[in-house]
Design a protein around this ligand. Structure first.
Ligand code: PLP
Length: 231
């Protein structure tokens, strides 16, 4: 970083520089692990950051973003989308049924379907609005009592109900491994589960471990702090 930049230039340059580094790391991981880079999407996680911090990433060509709160996304993305209509916004945080309508309006992909009730609410809104919102099922691979996600045991029935009873477009699986455990077994488990269910997409890996996730088959890595800095 140069020394003569003004204060308001610094954050933007940092964000675009960080983004560049993350893209390089993804490309390198793809090369190292024999993955086709076209099959790995970077979901740039902009939660807690204002539009002003997000703009440098958009200007650098990033188009896929993740937010974890419906309300927060509603506050900043409609205006950003006017400038960048080809943005693809993913919901990566828990959803409540009473926010399903807003979520279907705002998001292009919902990664956090984890129970029948929320799946039904999304399906109903999609039907009403004649809109297709591809979804991922979030799996609680670590069987953590406080964590969102369907259990491994209940996953097949949920996928089945989404596909056949609700007509929801289920594209893949998503997980957030326990933060204090090695991640590889969780990524490998998610990969196997998706394979068994005939699902193509795997959302796994964050700033600290996206390379490992790519090695184990991730098609979507969700990276926040490595791009925007700590929250
Ligand atoms: C915040 C968040 C991320 C990004 O985490 P970083 O460690 O900042 O990269 C990824 N996935 C989910 C579900 C998150 O809530």
């Amino acid at each position: 970083m140069g020394e003569n930049v003004t204060a308001d230039e610094v954050p933007g340059k940092q964000v675009s520089g960080n983004l560049e580094q993350v893209r390089h790391a993804i490309a390198r991981a793809c090369a190292d692990f024999g993955r086709d880079p076209a099959e790995v999407d970077l979901v740039c996680v902009s939660k807690t950051f204002e539009a002003e911090a997000i703009l440098p990433a958009l200007r650098a060509g990033q188009r896929v973003f993740g937010e974890n709160r419906v309300q927060e996304a509603a506050g900043k993305w409609p205006a950003l989308r006017e400038q960048f209509p080809d943005v693809e916004l993913h919901l990566i945080g828990p959803l409540q049924s009473n926010k399903a309508e807003q979520a279907v309006d705002l998001f292009d992909v919902i990664q956090t379907v984890d129970r029948l009730k929320i799946a039904a609410a999304i399906a109903e809104q999609c039907q009403k609005k004649n809109k297709v919102v591809p979804c991922f099922i979030q799996v609680n691979t670590g069987a953590e009592s406080q964590k969102a996600g369907v259990s491994v045991e209940d996953l097949p029935a949920l996928v089945n109900a989404c596909r056949h009873d609700l007509g929801l477009k289920i594209e893949g699986l998503m997980c957030i491994p326990p933060f204090d455990r090695p991640v590889a077994p969780h990524f490998a488990l998610l990969h196997r589960l998706a394979h068994d269910l005939g699902l193509q997409k795997l959302s796994m890996g964050m700033s600290a471990d996206f390379e490992q996730a790519i090695q184990l088959g991730a098609t979507h890595v969700r990276v926040g702090s490595a791009i925007f800095g700590s929250r």
